[in-house]
Design a protein around this ligand. Structure first.
Ligand code: MN
Length: 288
């Protein structure tokens, strides 16, 4: 498995490659712009060029582009929904423009009055609209969520349902987040919990649709629905939970699979430490 971190584009796209290299990443994830804003300035073609050259020289990959926080493709409000689809399209276009492998989307949440199937249908329609509008090789990956309140896709069944409704099998897949799954009630601390989860993904979607892991420990208890990430091995999932997942032969043997940390980082050392723990737990003691 290849390990990496979410890195900043504060020093441009080319800067992100440099950050990822400094951290000793194999792969990395970025935002395509300000994650807390709707507005997007066009990408600087010189930065894109520098990024592509730097990336090629670095040997890093896969690269994931994460959709910003504001869009909600399950939104019942028509205006927010429309805005969300436009924003998704814009960030997807950027992912394609920079040649990213994956585009990561949270299905977000429906309204209190809305039935869940309706929310799932809206997400599926958003996915379909974006992919039909913009051709490209970046796979759109939906992330499982913590399942708090009206948040959809806490269960793998719902992720599978969205992808079924969206069609576009060749261009979609899933990104599995450990913190969200644990908060949603999947107990990774138990070996049969981790193994059962992979069996469930395989049964409902096929493990070939799983392209990326978001490796985050969890502050909340199993089933708390609390989406608060923490340092690997130091949260409620703990070292054993990650070991269960990372050493499962169905994942451990996959060279194409990447695991990205989105853990708190007060300094680069936090990311380095979390990556080291993951490599240790996956049996790659020597790291890279
Ligand atoms: Mn999260």
């Amino acid at each position: 498995m290849r390990f990496g971190a979410h890195v900043s584009i504060g020093k441009g796209l080319a800067g992100a490659v440099a950050f990822a290299e400094e951290l000793g990443c194999d792969a990395f994830q970025i935002f395509a712009g300000n994650p807390r804003g709707w507005a997007r300035k066009p990408l600087d073609p010189r930065d894109v060029e520098k990024y592509r050259t730097g990336l090629e020289a670095s040997g890093l990959g896969p690269v994931a582009v994460h959709l910003s926080y504001l869009p909600n493709p399950a939104a019942p409000d028509p205006q927010l929904y429309e805005r969300s689809v436009l924003a998704m399209a814009e960030d997807y276009r950027r992912a394609v423009q920079i040649g990213a492998d994956y585009f990561i989307v949270h299905p977000c949440k429906g309204g209190p009055e809305q039935n869940r199937e309706t929310a799932l249908r809206r997400v599926a329609a958003a996915v379909k609209t974006v992919l039909r509008q913009i051709p490209g090789k970046a796979l759109l990956l939906l992330v499982n969520q913590a399942g708090a309140g009206t948040e959809v896709a806490g269960r793998i069944e719902e992720l599978a349902r969205i992808l079924e409704l969206a069609g576009e099998e060749e261009r979609t897949g899933i990104c599995f987040d450990t913190c969200h799954a644990f908060a949603a009630g999947y107990d990774l601390r138990l070996q049969e919990g981790a193994a059962g989860l992979l069996t469930e993904i395989d049964r409902l979607l096929g493990l070939s649709r799983l392209h990326l892991l978001h490796l985050n420990d969890c502050i909340g208890e199993c089933g708390s629905h609390l989406d608060r990430h923490y340092h690997i091995g130091k949260g409620k999932i703990g070292r054993e939970g990650f070991k269960n997942l990372l050493t499962d032969p169905r994942l451990a043997t996959r060279d194409d699979l990447a695991g990205i940390i989105e853990t708190p980082a007060d300094s680069a050392d936090d990311d380095r430490e979390n990556l080291a723990v993951l490599r240790e737990l996956s049996g790659e003691e020597d790291g890279r």
